[in-house]
Design a protein around this ligand. Structure first.
Ligand SMILES: *[C@@H]1O[C@H](CO)[C@@H](O)[C@H](O)[C@H]1NC(C)=O
Length: 137
């Protein structure tokens, strides 16, 4: 019990910033390199493009940045803005019931608006969590 409480506070003390979290999402998706080919079909048959593997509905909900889905995902800055727009829409304290953190951003990125509560996104969060430990100072 004491160990669990201690670990909780250690975990809480190492606050992951939004930028660090997004960087790790990008690394998990594509090693944060522009993929070639730009788009791939994921396990569920959805076409996903660019360094964050952004799908068409994600691009729409992310604010239709750059005016065109695939050309947006060819650009790091447009892809980043899309992720920012998506998180501003869905990873809100009002929706989640708590301030958003890296687990929410990762699971929503992977599983959609309710990904933060979906068991299907836990493995993905494990990969992002591993990245945080391996790549960040
Ligand atoms: C986009 O985000 C990635 C991951 O955080 C970062 O490495 C990159 O520098 C950003 N690019 C631009 C143009 O903002």
């Amino acid at each position: 019990m004491k160990t669990a409480v201690l670990l909780f506070f250690i975990g809480a003390a190492v606050a992951v910033t939004y930028d660090e979290c997004i960087q790790c999402i990008c690394i998990v998706e594509t090693s944060c390199a522009m993929p070639d080919p730009l788009c791939n079909f994921d396990l569920h048959g959805s076409e996903a493009c660019g360094p964050y593997q952004i799908t068409y509905p994600y691009w729409i909900d992310g604010g239709r940045q750059g005016g065109d889905w695939k050309s947006c995902t060819e650009s790091f800055s447009c892809s980043n803005s899309t992720v920012d727009g998506y998180m501003a829409r869905y990873a809100t304290e009002a929706r989640l019931g708590h301030p958003p953190g890296c687990e929410d951003w990762a699971r929503i990125h992977n599983g959609g608006p309710n990904g933060h509560t979906s068991a299907a996104t836990l493995g993905y969060w494990g990969r992002v969590h591993g990245c945080l430990h391996n790549y960040l100072p």
